[in-house]
Write a protein that binds this ligand. Structure first.
Ligand SMILES: *Cc1c(COP(=O)(O)O)cnc(C)c1O
Length: 362
């Protein structure tokens, strides 16, 4: 803000918010959403539950029923689960509790930009280290970065957005070796792969796994995310979050959604199949390099540098296909990220990409 208005915090005035260009297109493959709505049975059950909510009362502050249901679905103790309005709020509360002006967070780029933005909004210092050429982080590099920066918080993202790579188990273990350090593993896409760090929570007092209902569960509109952490750590969050932060409707929605796990797994299986097809077809495109992905999206590089990749992105938009443009980011030069859509959407994307590549010669 400028002029006569209220003075924005000095440390925020330089920062820009989350920004993903929103263009009106037929095929939206830019935000890693599910192309399918949640099951009809869930939507009907939620509508049926709506009249029974006690709207004149505050919701259960502890979200006990929801947390017990989430805990049962992943095989942990209810006291190990805490839920919030999307995993972004969960991460914000973690940073409010464990970050702040005297603390430093470490991230490995390229990764989910919200980790840095949430840290900055909570006045937490951020140091950024580069990933390897294959976008992984090895344990030795993590150890070295921890020695040099002495971070209070280390972020991992597994599978990592936007690269689709998994964080090696020993890299997370090394970061967690100092029990005073908080290690956050963002598993927004865990359902699309066979690996999780949830098992580490039982053996490490300082490891937190963050999950969301926004991707595999097809309900980003309802804003529900959760964390799995040692119960002591969950209790420590209380002063950092608002009372009654999670509304009764969202609590009910989350509880009901968990009854449709089989349907979620069917959607995920289809996405994994289509991911395999997209990977093979992208790998077969001349002048395209694609990375293996454990999530519902693929990162690929367009030969010819950021300029050509940007032109290919525009060529896709002209064909009414929207993907995410990472071409001018320093750590992902020339790269675009495509979300796995329906089989029809994926076929349309591939055809549009071939045309756009032919149109913009290297
Ligand atoms: C999409 C995404 C989220 C989801 O955030 P919500 O607030 O739960 O919608 C979290 N982390 C990563 C890495 C993501 O890509």
């Amino acid at each position: 803000m400028s002029g006569d208005g209220p003075r924005l915090r000095d440390d925020l005035s330089e920062l820009v918010g989350y920004h993903s260009p929103d263009v009106d297109v037929d095929v939206r493959l830019n935000t890693n959403e599910s192309p399918y709505p949640p099951p009809r049975g869930f939507v009907d059950a939620l509508a049926g539950a709506a009249p029974r909510i006690a709207y004149n009362r505050y919701p259960d502050r502890e979200a006990r029923v929801l947390r017990a249901a989430i805990a049962a679905s992943i095989g942990v103790d209810p006291g190990s689960v805490w839920a919030g309005n999307g995993s972004n709020e969960v991460i914000q509360v973690l940073l409010l509790a464990f970050g702040g002006s005297q603390r430093r967070a470490l991230v490995f780029a390229p990764t989910y930009s919200m980790h840095t933005k949430i840290a900055e909004a909570t006045a937490t210092a951020v140091v950024t280290e580069a990933r390897d050429a294959d976008f992984t982080v090895d344990a030795a590099a993590v150890e070295d970065a921890c020695v040099r920066h002495r971070p209070d918080i280390v972020f991992f993202c597994s599978p990592n957005n936007p690269t689709g790579t998994l964080e090696p188990h020993d890299a997370v273990t090394v970061a967690a070796a100092d029990s005073r350090r908080l290690v956050i593993v963002d598993e927004a896409y865990a359902e699309f792969c066979d690996e999780t760090a949830v098992g580490m929570v039982a053996t490490h007092p300082n490891v937190v796994v963050v999950r969301t209902m926004s991707k595999a569960w097809s309900m980003p509109a309802l804003r529900l995310g959760y964390l799995v952490a040692p119960p002591e750590l969950v209790r420590a969050l209380t002063p950092a979050h608002l009372p009654y932060h999670l509304n009764a409707f969202t609590q009910e929605a989350g509880r009901l959604a968990l009854d449709y796990g089989a349907e979620m797994r069917t959607r995920v299986a289809l996405a994994r199949e289509e991911r395999g097809r997209l990977y093979a077809e992208l790998a077969a495109c001349e002048g395209v390099r694609v990375w293996p992905s454990a999530a519902n999206f693929l990162l690929f590089e367009v030969e010819g540098g950021p300029g050509r990749a940007g032109a290919v992105w525009e060529g896709l938009v002209r064909r009414s296909v929207l993907v995410r443009d990472f071409a001018s980011n320093a750590t992902t030069p020339g790269c675009l990220r495509v979300t796995v859509g329906t089989p029809e959407e994926n076929t349309r994307f591939l055809a549009a990409l071939r045309d756009a590549l032919a149109e913009v010669r290297p």
